[in-house]
Write a new protein. Structure first.
Length: 129
């Protein structure tokens, strides 16, 4: 009897056990031209971006049922990822200022993914003070 058939099952079992789901990293945020175009109509009025919080703070990855874990690009929390995205759009539109009298804050109530990597589901709140 050959050793190959007897070894095939254990080798296959080890190979399957060692190959889990891959972890995908979301792309870094890049400005949205449509957002910037609208925000530029507010030039002369500055906005600061304050703290963003989350119902489940400091999460850095979520699981897509069909693709496995998806994480933020630089390992930052989701709330920080979205905060940086607001700053990027506001800054390019020339309406962001850390010294502005108006501060935008946010709270991420939920984040989840559907069956595809691009099915991102967000529940959030933003507020100005």
């Amino acid at each position: 009897m050959s050793y190959i058939p007897r070894l095939a099952v254990p080798v296959l079992a080890v190979a399957v056990a060692l190959t889990g789901c891959s972890t995908y990293a979301a792309q870094r945020y890049s400005i949205a031209p449509a957002n910037v175009a609208v925000l530029r109509t507010f030039r002369g009025q500055a906005v600061n971006v304050g703290q963003f919080t989350a119902a489940k703070p400091d999460r850095t990855e979520i699981t897509c049922r069909a693709a496995g874990p998806t994480k933020t690009p630089d390992g930052e929390s989701f709330e920080e990822y979205f905060r940086k995205a607001f700053i990027a759009d506001l800054d390019i539109a020339e309406v962001y200022s850390a010294a502005a009298p108006v501060t935008l804050t946010g709270r991420l109530d939920a984040i989840d993914m559907g069956y595809r990597v691009d099915d991102l589901i967000l529940k959030r709140q933003e507020s100005l003070s």
